[in-house]
Design a protein around this ligand. Structure first.
Ligand SMILES: [Zn+2]
Length: 99
């Protein structure tokens, strides 16, 4: 009888033992859990309607965010352009006061 995990012969164990040691028993448990995880992932179809819907929602959301930021950026530009032009005017007035 050989260990299902490491392949070493199983000694001094019950005849129905599948693993040689506690280490291999734990390893087998982890591998089973991992396999279930992977099997669940395998079950997901990439072009399933749900995933396409999620992808479409995400890109709509992304476009909205970009649009919002575009407005923010253009608002900031306008605001600062006005402030800068005010400051320039103020400087000019101080340098060359109108008599
Ligand atoms: Zn083993």
């Amino acid at each position: 009888m050989e260990c299902e995990v490491c392949g070493k012969p199983i000694v001094n164990k019950r005849p129905d033992s599948k693993y040689c040691s506690a280490t291999c028993i734990n390893k087998a448990k982890r591998m089973r859990a991992k396999k279930i995880e992977l099997d669940e992932l395998d079950g997901i179809e990439i072009d399933s309607p749900e995933i396409l819907q999620i992808a479409s929602n995400a890109s709509t959301e992304l476009r909205t965010i970009k649009r919002e930021h575009f407005e923010t950026i253009s608002n900031l530009r306008t605001e600062y352009r006005d402030k800068i032009s005010d400051l320039k005017e103020l400087n000019l007035q101080q340098e060359f006061p109108i008599q």
